[in-house]
Ligand binder design. Structure first.
Ligand code: EPZ
Length: 427
């Protein structure tokens, strides 16, 4: 297996392009199921998860084509056409590799009146149930059956009537599945305490571009008036606010500066506030965000929360940065029950982090030292890269398949701003 070798201590400086958002793309791709007309998505990131989702859609009979893009380009243009759907089953061997596959449940149910999806298992960061997805679809009129590790959703008389559901817990994926089911319902649907992440707004904007009628976009109360059919569209995937925040931490931990091209500051205000509280300069500029860490880093206390709160997907990366701050930071992870897998690995690099339940106390240390470290999940692996960029000596990050799920050509982007980093095969 590949690994990444970093020789740390170099001050990073320069400009790097931010790719399309993984977590937007993974909910825009299944929208192709909602129409028999072509859907073209631009600015799709080149990621393992996107390839996996494309393969899953191909299993249903969806044709996909990638527009010509030069190897050096970041991002791709993909046209999808669900002219005829030949299967409504998402099989275990595909779903187990990518839990976001559950996002075909709502659109497949809406289009075909039925859908069968293997239950996604848990993952490293938590058991991640899908009960809220199912409760929302039931509220919209679906019949749900669970058997042999699969969930089967059926619409009465082949179509959903629509309905009303109030989420007891904010859930990004459940909001997305419910939205994609409601747009073709015969009546009106309402969602309360819906997720408000920018990726949800991106989904709503695409659905409206396809002819859906949605009110309250960007708020936690969504009203969807079902329409008989949706048409094709061409749509640009939003920029990845988590990738942007990750590279901001990478430059900052080296005392460097970076221009994050295509990053949108309005979509990452909690991350920007945390960086500023840590003593990092963050400034919106035409076409992106400029980040510079030219002074000492300060300790920060915060809790993760649903948008617009501090994103759980940024917790591991900020923690790596705070390892070099003066003083003790206190981070509380309120979304997932096991999202501190990066802590033991950071401590092996000389960090001093204590965890007590969902709270981590990050005692700043004067230096980090390079080590062989193991990635355990996507964002944990990025926190190890960030630490390695500041660590003295050589850091090797193993199990890169975690990283490749969410960061497009990471080592090329970091090399653009001066990192001494290379990917080597064999392990
Ligand atoms: C999405 O996951 C993201 N993934 C995650 O990003 C992100 O961490 C998460 O939202 C929170 O922002 C994609 O968009 C593909 P949730 P999702 O449903 O939808 C509980 C990354 O690193 N819950 O908002 O699965 C759940 O256990 C990934 O890019 C239920 O109890 O997250 C969690 O505690 C990791 N029942 C909380 O809600 C349900 O039916 C939030 O989960 C659904 C969720």
């Amino acid at each position: 297996m590949d690994k990444i070798i970093i020789h740390g201590g170099k001050r990073l400086s320069g400009s790097l392009p931010i790719s399309g958002a993984k977590n937007a793309a993974l909910t825009l791709l299944p929208c192709a199921l909602l129409t028999d007309e072509p859907l073209t998505l631009r600015n799709l990131p080149r990621l393992a998860d996107i390839d996996g989702f494309q393969h899953l859609l191909n299993q249903f009979g969806v044709s996909t084509s990638i527009a010509g893009s030069r190897p050096e380009d970041f991002g791709r243009v993909m046209t999808l056409a669900a002219t005829r759907i030949t299967s409504t089953v998402a099989p275990y061997e595909l779903v187990r590799k990518m839990r976001a596959s559950i996002l075909v449940l709502g659109p497949m149910l809406a289009r075909m009146g039925e859908a069968t999806v293997s239950l996604p298992g848990g993952c490293a960061i938590g058991n991640r149930p899908i009960d809220l997805h199912l409760k929302a679809l039931e509220a919209f009129g679906a019949r749900i059956e669970l058997a042999s590790g699969y969930v089967r959703a059926i619409a009465p008389d082949g179509g959903l009537p629509g309905g009303r559901y109030s989420f007891p817990v904010v859930s990004v994926g459940a909001t997305e599945n419910a939205l994609m089911a409601a747009v073709l319902a015969s009546g009106k649907s309402t969602l309360h305490n819906a997720a408000r992440e920018p990726e949800i707004v991106d989904l709503c904007n695409l659905l409206v571009a396809m002819g859906a009628e949605i009110q309250g976009i960007g708020t936690s109360d969504l009203i969807i008036h079902g329409v008989p059919r949706l048409h094709g569209a061409t749509y640009r995937v939003m920029s990845d606010r988590i990738e942007a925040g990750s590279y901001a931490c990478a430059a900052a931990i080296t005392g460097g500066d970076v221009f994050l091209k295509d990053a949108v500051i309005e979509e990452m205000e909690a991350t920007v506030q945390a960086l500023r509280d840590a003593g990092v300069h963050v400034e919106p500029r035409a076409g992106g965000i400029y980040v510079a860490a030219d002074g000492p880093l300060r300790a920060v206390t915060l809790s993760t929360a649903p948008y617009p709160g501090f994103a759980t997907d940024m917790q591991a990366q900020l923690m790596a940065l705070l390892c070099r701050a003066e003083g003790a930071s206190v981070l509380t992870e309120t979304i997932f029950e096991n999202r501190y897998m990066h802590v033991p690995e950071l401590n092996r690099m000389g960090a001093h982090i204590e965890t007590k339940g969902r709270t981590a106390i990050v005692h700043g240390v004067p230096r980090l030292t390079g080590a062989d470290v193991m990635a355990t999940d996507l964002r944990a692996s990025m926190s190890l890269v960030i630490a390695g960029l500041a660590a003295e000596g050589e850091t090797s990050v193993h199990r890169l398949y975690h990283l490749d799920r969410g960061y497009e050509r990471l080592e090329e982007k970091l090399a653009l701003i001066g990192a001494d980093i290379e990917r080597v095969g064999g392990d």
